[in-house]
Every structure is written in structure tokens, then in C-alpha cells.
Design a protein around this ligand. Sequence first.
Ligand code: AMP
Length: 427
Amino acid sequence: MRVLIVGSGGREHALAWKCAASPRVSEVLVAPGNAGTALEPRVRNVEVAADDVLRLAELARAQAVDLTIIGPEAPLVAGVVDEFRARGLAVFGPSGAAARLEGSKSFAKAFLSRHGIPTARFAGFTRTSFEPAYVLAQRPPIVIKASGLAAGKGVVIADTHGEALATIEAMFAGRFGAAGAEIVVEEFLAGEEASFIVMADARHALALATSQDHKRLEDGDRGPNTGGMGAYSPAPVVSPQVHARVMREVIEPTIRGLAAEGMPYVGFLYAGLMIAADGTPRVVEFNCRLGDPEAQPLLARLRSDLVGLCEAALSGSLHTARVDWDPRAALGVVLAAQGYPERVRTGDGIEGLERAASLPGKIFHGGTRLHGGRVVTQGGRVLCATGLGESVREAQQRAYALVDCVSFEGMQYRRDIGYRAIARERG
Ligand code: AMP
């Protein structure tokens, strides 16, 4: 069979690599892909943009694609799945209506409170409805979020009332473009974060292995928020007890609530959680797709056939599916371009990829492209060096051994990915 992966980041490289490993798959197309997918055996890039919904559907029809998996959120929120379904094309991802869980934070927060799913206290405002008195009545730190899609960067944690008000003013003035026309003001949640990702088939949810990413740019979780500078799986903060609570208190009511409201959820559903010291999970955000960079360590650990799992989801039979994981830990370190997450430098040659290929683990490509037979940088998060090991500590050593092989002008990365999990391992 032939599979189409939509997107061009590290997550999509990992999806394409995993699907190409399925004995049932003859070819994987990636639209538009990157240098990593271009160089992967049995994988072919097609020059169609990830948000060009109509051309994607035409491509799937013309190339007799049997299954399409949508990587990023933008085409999902734009309704790519609705377009595919209207044409009778098999596609794994949520409808545009259900993808609002990610596309609109105010929609997600209202949904959570309608269904009694635990999350931070909040209020949503537009410029005309904004009440500074609400902000002044909150105890700092105060969390301010642009409601629309902002590539994980539209969140500011303000330490004072003055900073909160100035942030809100900047968002209304266009700091995050249209995403900030509506804002959410939220209570600050203390605890440890975890990414809880499931595959859903409208009625059932199959939990994937747990994972955890690092959103901040600098070591020690300092500096600006990014799309993610590294991730590992499993996340020890999600104990079996916490896992059971997340399924019962977050995932199951979400799937049930969406179905009851007429937007049954099919696809990857990602709950970004804050786990309090007593193990109580609260939803920080929903994403309507796999995380990037969580997908890289997760898919490195997945032993089951991903294509078979997607098919089970499309036929509504995920409750009968089993998923096998490599018991080892996996850890991915993102190598970002100079200037990320602001203005990114591109076009630099990347050295050392061949040497890295001879080591255990895998370097997934994100913002790369082929230029005259050479791999050059093309975006903010360029590569994700992913290692496997008997412990998170060993996976970390393997990942950094890969990092040590490669270089490009202005390369920046964190040196402490996984530090919380490693501290827990040390007990
Ligand atoms: P989001 O885009 O909503 O996932 O927010 C990005 C990051 O900001 C999260 O991963 C958290 O690290 C942080 N964050 C968001 N909301 C809160 C909150 N209510 N309390 C504490 N941290 C938060």
C-alpha cells in the first residue's frame, strides 16, 4: 500500500520512517517533506505545501494513496480531513471542528469547563470585552495566552500585574498576529509537565507511551518558549496511578464529550498536562496531532505497525488493538538554527551526518533541504538527534553522542534534555 504523510518537520520524518518500515507499505510520499525524508529508503517527497488542502486531496487521489496521516496542526484546523472524507479518501486526523481543541484556546477552555475536566481557572477576552480589573484581582504569576495558533510561542507567564497588562496590550496590538485577537488569562499551575498522547477512533482511546518535552530555549528550563527543544519517553512523572487518573479524568471524558457534541474525534490527541505534587492531572493545552519533538522518541520506541494502528482507528476498532513498545527509554535533542525562536538563519551546510549514521540511534530532520546534493538548514528546528538506552541517562548519552558528530553555523541546543527524569532515576 501507499501512504502519504503531510508536513515537513521532524515529526513527519519520524512518521515517514516508521511507515516505510511497515512490511505492507511499498512507498511513502511526503508533502512537502525535507532532506531527511528525501534520503530515506522507500520515501519520496512531493512538492505540495502542507496547508494546500485541495492539492493534497488531489495528490492522494492521483497517486492512489491508501492512507494519509496529517502531521501538523495548520491543515487540520483548516479542515483537510473534512476535504479528504468528502472525497472518500482514508485519512487519519480530526475534523476541522474537533481540531478547534488546538486551534482555539478559548474553545478548548470552554469545552473543558462544560465537561468538568480539570484545568486552570481562566477567563477569555477580546479587546472590547477586556476587563483590567480581572487581571488585577489575580495573584501573580499570571498566565497570558494568545487564543489562536502561535506555534507554541503565544504564552507569557507574567510575574507582575504590570507585565500581565503590558503583555495583553501587546497581544491585542498584534504581537502574535491574528492569534492574539482573543486572549485567555489563566491561573498559574505548579507541578511537572507531561505529554499524554492517545490515538482515538471516535469512541475509544489507545494511550501511546508517555513522554515529556522541554519548551524553553535554554538549559534549566529558562529563556523563551519554543516549539520544543528536546523530549524523552517514558516520562517517569506519569506513574501507573497518574496514568489511570489521566485516562479516567481527562482522556475518556474528552472523547465522550466531543462525540456527544457531534464532533467525534479520530486522530492523535495530545493532552499537555501539569501533574501536581499529589498526582492530580490538569490540562494545560490540547494539541490535535502528535507533538514535535515528542514524536521522534515515541516513534523510535514503537514496535507495532503504525499503519495497522491507523487503520484500526479508521474502522473504529482501537479497543481491540495492542501496541508494543521497546522497553528502553528514548531521548531526542533538537539542534536549532541561530536566532531560533525569533529570526532564523537558513542555508548553512550541515556536516557530519554520515558519521552520525554509523552510530546507534537516529537523526531525524526538521528544517532541512537538499541543495545541490548537500543538506542545508532551512528552518528553526533543524535536526533531532534521538538515542535509545536502558535508562533515560543512557538514552541521553547516546543522543548527545549523535549531537557531537554534526555541526552547522550557529547551531544551538540544550545540554540538559531529560534532566528531571534522570534526577528521578538517581532517586
Ligand atoms: P501552551 O501553549 O498552552 O502549551 O503553553 C506553553 C507552555 O507554557 C506550557 O507547556 C507550560 O510550560 C506553560 N504554561 C501554559 N499554561 C500554564 C499554566 N496555566 N500554568 C503554568 N504553566 C503554564
